[in-house]
Design a protein around this ligand. Sequence first.
Ligand code: GLC
Length: 833
Amino acid sequence: MKYGHFDDSAREYVIENPKTPVKWINYVGSLRFGGFVDHTGGLLLCKGDPALNRITKYLPQLPASQLKGHTLYLRLHTPTGYRTLSPLFVPSLQALDRYECRVGLGYSRFVSEIAGLRAEITVFVPTASEVLVEDVTLTNISSAALTLDAVPLVEYTHFDALKQFTNADWVPQTMQSVAHDGGGGRKLLAQFAFMNRDLRQTYLTANLPASSFETCRARFLGDNEYGTFADPLSLKRAELSSYQALRGDNIGALLLPLGTLAPGESRRFRVLLTQQEGSRAASLARAKTSFAAFETDAQADAALLTLRKFWDGYLGKLQVKTPSAAFDSMVNIHNPRQCFTTKNWSRDLSLYQLGFGGRGIGFRDSSQDVMGVLSSMPGEAKELLEKLLSVQKPDGSAMHQFYAFTMLASEGDSREQPERPDYYADDQLWIVLAVCAYLKETGDLAFLKQDLPFYDKKLEPIARQRGTVLEHLKRAVDFTKHDVGAHGLPLLGFADWNDTVNLERGAESLFVANLYGKALLELMELCGELGDDAQKQKYKRDYQQMRARVNEHGWDGEWYLRYFDHDGSAIGTHKNQHGKIWANAQSWPIIAGFASAERAQQALESVARHLNTKHGIKLSAPGFDGYDPKKGGVTTYPPGAKENGGIFLHSNPWVMIAETLVGNGDRAFRYYMQINPAAKNEQMEEYELEPYVYAQNILGDEHPQFGLGRNSWLSGTASWCYQAATKHILGVRPTYAGLEIDPCIPKAWDGFELVRVFRGTTYKVRVKNPEHVSKGVRSLVIDGRSLSGLIVPLFNDGKTHEVEVLLGGAEATSHPHAATSAPAPVRPSAIEL
Ligand code: GLC
């Protein structure tokens, strides 16, 4: 079963059947002003924090057929009365003669045909604006004249998203709408909660005269709301009631008479929505100014072009051409778009993360997300890093989450069990990886000297301790160094990356041990760069110590263990009945350079044997079968779901990276392709989700619905798949000294090409693989000049340089940074560990 196709030349996915298994969405705008639009025109729009300033009412729990936040009706005048049509399919659900939803970069474009009319509707938030633009062109494609109206509609929510559901008296008592004259017969409908009347208001308008309007849902539907959105009774009368609702369920609907269209004739207009701060007069004036920017067709075209150019620039930092079209499509378009989205929304607002204030920005999540956008938006990445570092605590550990606009941070779900530790043992280590990746991408070492606060919820921001960015990083690893348990391994805290394994106080985490190892490698390299050899030696000793502990206590015979419980018993051993083997416990000792060549091979073989499935690598196996408060959240899921033996996609690229580190390009690529969402396009009866983004999880083979995807869009899978594909499979990695090129590709490839913009210089790289190896650079030539090693130097000249890479067998160059940027246990390292 298929619901659409990829149109890579337009950088769009085209949905051709509106009855997708679940809603498929696209993001517009940013966290500042934006949200998502679904493939039948539903809209969840917010300004700022989705919990605190939500604009449209989008209830994902309602059936797919129901109105969700927004629609556009068309109304045909017929000899027997008015006929209401839904060019977006929902909510009227008449069969369409044609339907397309083009999921573009920052916009969705609907093209549909019904009753002799073609509707083309583009929904987007222009770059840097706070206006939602719905650009509509209607064409009479019949052979007779058609008289019609358009009726755009939004349904509002109370700005306090949760209150909408928890107080059904207060909320409707406060919701108010007022109509303003927009000049020339136009209407501007203002909506606000009474307490915000003099603070901020939402405005809806069109650049056409409106003959009437409606702001009261009950009146619009008619018959005391026994009328429906599918066929509203008010649309059967000539005009809407033009009622200004001063309480109740508020909507905004405009009746826009379009007159008569001759065959072939078109009308183009725009529906515009914004929210503006200030007193009533000031916000109205601001709204008018904002709307004026998208008044004419030319302005709207220009705004869309600016958006396209933004994406040209964004994607232009890396474009690849390999023998695999499905790989290229993800790496060139869809994966970077998802990285942009996760950087923006973290885990806050999707069809699955509902943005009611439970999440905000996750410390570990955003530290990883940021690594997926570094080349395309280093400035924004740095801003996010500053925010993250500002919620690190003075002891080096970190608050688990924070709200981007208030900068209030919390301990996350750990608060639910006050007797347990209130920190997550991995959080602060991710920021070390993120900052070092930022430094390597930009060369902005001055950032290390920037002074930033540490978070202390008991103190006002002004009274908080401060330290340089470098000091923050040092405290991060120092926290872990001293926070160890019976085996000398890091304590688990409330949980590590796997939020759902919540063991009693005293449990230790092998995952954190490995992540700590990787963070130390990064800091050793950084100290080398800063010329601080004494500090580097200290970190080296810490690294060696943790490596020894992991290998002494953590090896189970065929794979590495995952945890030690509070009583010292191992979790992730063949002796366990459930949770015998865990994917992250195998990939991370390799990424950290802790595993010997032999153990690395064996651990990866065990992953292939015990955890891999045709839909991806399971997080662990077998799943726990029954709720066990001693293990925690993981046991709330049935076996095969989510963290309990499900295919948790975020962990898959770590295995790919580990495979490239041992030189297994075939398997790394196979693992990449088996979770490539584009490949699911033909498997929708089992998979169900958007094929243009990664999901967070797929049900594993212990579950009866093996292969069903869940929780698309906001997942660390985006950033890590992008890193696995670009830095490890294609092997193009930023380093302090230049761009390192060390691919690990399928043997069958003859080579590949890519263009990478790095520190202002464009590198055109051509890799040839005549001997059909996976890994090993035989020669590296830049602008006709041979280089030794794997690093093409920095030029800082803004020009384009040609790089020719020849892969080959025996004489291949060994990795000069093996123990620093990409530790390869199978090769000797530059730093003697
Ligand atoms: C979710 C969380 C992430 C966590 C993962 C595994 O994706 O957002 O922080 O690491 O689950 O539990």
